[in-house]
Design a protein around this ligand. Structure first.
Ligand code: SAM
Length: 282
């Protein structure tokens, strides 16, 4: 692909700022401009959009998001070595890139986005694998709901992506599939091989697209999480046994939710878990 902007090539940026990738920070950089443009495009129509990016690193994906027309990009980066490189991008796109230096798991993103952009902001990120799941869980548990984000386009390890989009009946179905399925529609858009990254990780990655459901079936997220943790914590057992660690009245809860006590966690769909959570909260 031809240059997307007049900024220096990413390899040069990385060399000039000494941004050798650190495993402890989940750093696997994307330098392929076709791929960063494809990920940005997958985030929807970005013209005039507010985008939150976690972990911009040297800024490859950030540049693609800005080139795609986002009017405001809020990028949260933990590695202070990247800040000078990101400042160069800010200068190139005046007033459009806000870099927040810090740990994304501790940042209140709804507040950063602000009320004007609430429910319209898009999250686009090549996530650091070591905090990818807690970040997603936080976004899925946002209150109030519908949340501050209108879509999330995220890179995960393929194995995690499969768990996010999993439905009942398979080994990959568990806590992440229930939570993601309850509050969003989630699908894998495409895979990205290890060679696309510098340095290449050991596993294949996937881009996952999540769209919040406007009206998920009502239930208490804390109760749902505890229940699902108990059910899948002993996934081979029948629910009448595995739910004992959640409630001493497991049999009554299953009866109230209309679920056979001999069923196993991986056979229960999201509505079944929601019915159980509601029975537990009564
Ligand atoms: N977006 C860049 C790209 O696609 O080339 C870099 C992606 S790299 C997989 C993950 C990035 O997240 C790194 O820049 C890393 O420093 C940053 N990071 C790691 N942990 C973080 C955290 N807790 N909060 C914010 N950024 C973090």
């Amino acid at each position: 692909m031809a240059q997307i902007d007049d900024l220096p090539p990413l390899r040069e940026v990385i060399a000039r700022h000494g941004l050798d990738a650190r495993k402890s920070l989940g750093q696997n950089f994307l330098l392929d401009l076709n791929l960063t443009a494809r990920i940005a495009r997958s985030g929807g129509a970005l013209d005039g959009a507010t985008v939150v990016e976690v972990g911009p690193g040297p800024g490859g994906l950030t540049r693609a998001i800005l080139a795609a027309g986002a009017s405001r990009v809020i990028a949260v980066e933990r590695d202070e070595r990247c800040l000078a490189a990101l400042a160069e991008i800010s200068a190139h796109y005046p007033g459009r890139l806000e870099v927040v230096s810090g740990d994304a798991t501790r940042v209140d993103m709804a507040r950063l986005v602000g009320e004007g952009a609430t429910a319209t902001a898009r999250i686009i990120a090549n996530l650091p694998y070591n905090v990818a799941t807690p970040l997603l869980v936080g976004w899925l548990r946002a209150e109030p709901w519908p949340p501050w984000w209108a879509s999330a386009t995220l890179m995960f390890q393929r194995e995690v992506a499969e768990r996010i989009v999993a439905g009942p009946g398979g080994k990959t179905y568990g806590r992440l599939g229930v939570l993601a399925g309850w509050r969003s529609e989630a699908r894998i858009l495409f895979d990205v091989g290890p060679q696309a990254f510098v340095p290449p990780p050991k596993v294949t990655s996937s881009i996952v697209q999540l769209t919040p459901r406007a009206r998920p079936e009502p239930c208490d997220p804390d109760v749902l999480e505890q229940l699902v943790a108990a059910a899948f914590g002993q996934r081979r057992k029948m629910l009448r046994s595995s739910l004992q660690s959640f409630s001493s009245e497991a049999a009554a809860l299953l009866a109230a939710a209309g679920i056979e006590p001999t069923r196993r966690a991986e056979e229960i769909d999201v509505s079944g878990f929601v019915a159980l959570a509601r029975a537990a909260a009564d």
